[in-house]
Design a protein around this ligand. Structure first.
Ligand code: ARG
Ligand code: ASP
Length: 709
């Protein structure tokens, strides 16, 4: 009995001690490799990232700059989330061909649908260029001088880097500007839609279930990368052929169970793990609540209209999902920060930091940082809120306001440079077309009337009757003529005339003040990061997410969201049926799926208890951008598809806590089951390499079972 207790304690301790963090794939040797192997991984650092041989990283693609995707066949078949491919699925949909509602499956290569503008980018290699980029930077320089030297150095590094002519390079800052890496990349631009389940599977549970567990969403879609005949990136062409990847992920039919190792490999977007307590307090107590309120006001109108009309539902589907997603996330983030007492804990940590500064003789150099943060956030808080509220009203919720904003930018460009007329017209035309394609003036007017008062400005509903912006033909007429005429046309428009002084105020006062204060805080944050690493060198530091390729790892684990409640880490098809509400817009289930369930027609996709797993939880530290990332087992096989986190755990963007932060993945067996049994697209399964790592080998025979190279 005592032994068991001790063991449990040890296990829990290990879990907390060795998880969290988004690590740079080229630097895993040593600590990360050890930690991963302690958690059960059989992979070496080189299996994951290797420049000279193919490795797991060659299968991981940045999907359109915002999500992650992975290659799962030698014909460039790619898996990502349903919500990542959603705007592509939507763009091919109409009332007649409603792929959002009914799903879409290409039964041959010819039926795959091209997507203009969509791209997938792979990482060829990663290089530390810190010395080059920081060359000549010193403490006597102003922040502006530092930044401009850094930009010059990094541009020079990129310009002189040797690469193939179809490749690109970029540099990125890590650890708040304490380290710099250069990436050589390959970007593929002919990406075709292969398949998507109906929303009643791919978005099952919709907003009610978004960000929560237990979860039963089959959040996946499939695309295919096409390359030119030399297997190189190319623009869309009928003559392009399926891409032959350097590596693709074998798919495991054995899944994972509680305690098993998992690793999530992808492109996390943005985290802020090293904020001072005062910043966390500002974000959760002041900043988030105002933005939540604005989105709530917009969603009230959009939701009601989507329920009332199918046409509005299709037009607003993507927009609504985007607005609702962050809205609900912020609510969860606030809950998590409060529940875990994160602010108080961060203050405690700051006491430790201050003590360490003293002990290491660093107080004179860095002792000013924390008091300065307290002072700066007091001044920065109000302007940060005001600026973001503007963004929420003008760029997120009200689309007429967004059009006036784009028009304003074009007017400014024309005033500065009348020569830019054609470019300016084209860009504004693009904005008008993009917005009006999925626009309903009545819905937008309702949104505007609800959100603008929250930005503290009087509303004028009559602008919707008078403006030319809300109809594409009349909007494009405004763009006819020379620069002077275009400027006059815009200024004569009622909506533009209404919005212009508000946008003027934004640029001249609000944004200007924000930029100036933000620069000072960023510089202090950089200094804080340096000081942390010097004062407490044995802490476990990982760089904040910055949309670059990262490895995060953990184990399959349930969690306890509240007193006396424990969530098992795996959900099953049974749960889909439990949640089924016939005809409901969130919880309807396709008849065919119910039939498969009733006849238990599961093929080889059930687990050893004869049930089809749907989703599972892990302790992998993920964030926005990790959607679509593969969950990889101890041997390099694909077992899951990351798509979300649990609600209280969304605070992991500021405060990863292994007790309650969990990522949510679709079990790959559910994906295969839907593709094969539901959609009848067996030809896609046949392209993949299916493996049984647990059955065939046991634990010893790992070498043979390693990821196919
Ligand atoms: N919460 C997940 C992420 O941030 C999934 C979002 C898509 N689903 C939705 N109902 N909006 O992106
Ligand atoms: N759903 C998110 C995404 O789209 C992932 C997350 O925030 O956990 O990237």
């Amino acid at each position: 009995m005592r032994l068991i207790k001790l063991l449990c304690f040890f296990v829990v301790f290990q879990v907390s001690a060795q998880q969290g963090g988004m690590w740079i794939p080229s630097l895993l040797e040593g600590m990360n490799e050890d930690e991963m192997q302690n958690l059960g991984s059989k992979l070496t650092a080189k299996d994951i990232y290797d420049v000279n041989n193919s490795s797991l990283k060659d299968a991981i693609g940045h999907f359109n700059g915002g999500c992650t995707s992975e290659v799962i066949s030698d014909k460039g078949l790619v898996l990502t989330n349903h919500h990542c491919g959603f705007s592509q699925i939507q763009s091919h949909s109409s009332l007649e061909n409603d792929y959002i509602k009914n799903g879409f499956w290409a039964m041959s290569l010819e039926e795959e649908l091209p997507n203009e503008g969509l791209f997938i980018e792979f990482i060829v290699s990663i290089h530390d260029v810190t010395d080059t980029v920081l060359n000549g930077v010193n403490d006597t320089m102003t922040e502006k001088e530092k930044q401009s030297l850094i930009t010059r150095n990094s541009n020079a590094a990129m310009a002189s880097w040797s690469k193939e002519n179809w490749q690109d390079v970029k540099t990125k800052s890590f650890y708040e500007g304490n380290q710099y890496f250069l990436f050589v990349t390959e970007r593929f631009e002919d990406i075709r839609l292969v398949g998507a389940p109906p929303s009643s599977i791919g978005k099952f549970g919709s907003d009610t279930d978004n960000w929560v567990f237990p979860r039963h969403t089959g959040d996946f879609s499939m695309f295919r990368i096409y390359a030119d005949k030399n297997n190189r990136p190319a623009k869309y062409s009928k003559d392009n052929v399926p891409y032959k990847p350097k590596h693709y992920l074998p798919v495991s039919l054995d899944g994972v169970e509680e305690g098993d190792f998992t690793m999530v490999f992808g492109f996390p977007g943005r985290t802020n793990e090293y904020l001072p307590a005062v910043a966390i307090e500002h974000i959760t107590k002041e900043y988030n609540p105002t933005n939540i309120e604005i989105r709530e006001a917009a969603l009230k109108v959009i939701d009601a209209n989507m329920k009332a009309s199918d046409e509005v539902r299709i037009k607003y589907a993507s927009k609504q999902a985007r607005i609702a997603n962050a809205w609900k996330k912020w609510i969860g983030e606030n809950l998590g920060i409060e529940k875990s007492d994160a602010v108080a804990k961060r203050r405690e940590f700051e006491t430790t930091f201050k003590k360490a500064l003293k002990e290491n003789g660093l107080e004179a150099k860095y002792g000013h940082i924390l008091p300065e943060f307290d002072k700066l956030y007091k001044e920065f808080g109000p302007i940060n809120i005001k600026r973001r509220n503007f963004v929420e009203v003008f760029l997120v919720t009200s689309e007429l306001m967004q059009m006036t904003f784009r028009a304003y930018q074009v007017e400014q460009a024309l005033l500065a440079n009348p020569e830019s007329l054609e470019r300016a017209k084209a860009s504004l035309k693009g904005s008008f077309e993009g917005i009006l394609k999925n626009f309903d003036a009545n819905v937008d007017k309702g949104v505007y009337l609800n959100v603008m008062p929250l930005y503290g400005k009087p509303v004028d509903a009559s602008i919707y009757d008078k403006t030319a912006f809300t109809d594409l033909d009349s909007a494009l007429k405004l763009l006819e003529g020379d620069a002077e005429t275009v400027i006059k046309n815009l200024n004569d428009d009622a909506a533009y005339a209404y919005a212009k002084p508000i946008i003027d105020e934004f640029f001249n006062t609000i944004d200007a003040e924000f930029q100036q204060k933000n620069e000072v805080i960023s510089a202090l944050q950089t200094e804080y990061m340096t000081a942390l690493m010097k004062a407490l060198p044995n802490e476990r530091y990982f760089p904040d997410a910055n949309s670059t390729l990262r490895v995060t790892y953990g184990q399959v684990r349930g969690y306890s969201p509240r007193d006396a409640v424990y969530y098992n880490p795996v959900t099953y098809l049974e749960g889909v049926v439990e949640k089924y509400v016939p005809g409901d817009y969130e919880f309807d289930v396709p008849q065919k799926l119910l039939d498969l369930y009733n006849t238990k027609d599961y093929g080889p996709y059930a687990d050893k208890n004869g049930k089809v797993p749907v989703c599972f939880l892990g302790t992998n530290h993920t964030t926005g951008g990790n959607s679509g990332s593969p969950a990889i087992d101890a041997e390099g096989n694909l077992v899951g598809l990351n798509f979300d986190r649990v609600w209280e755990g969304t605070m992991s963007d500021m405060n990863y806590d292994p007790e309650i932060c969990r990522n949510i993945m679709v079990d790959l067996r559910y994906v295969l089951f839907i593709v094969d049994k539901y959609a009848g697209a067996k030809h896609l399964i046949d392209e993949m390499t299916l493996v049984h790592p647990k059955k065939a080998s046991g634990k010893k025979n790992k070498k043979k079972k390693k990821a196919k190279k």
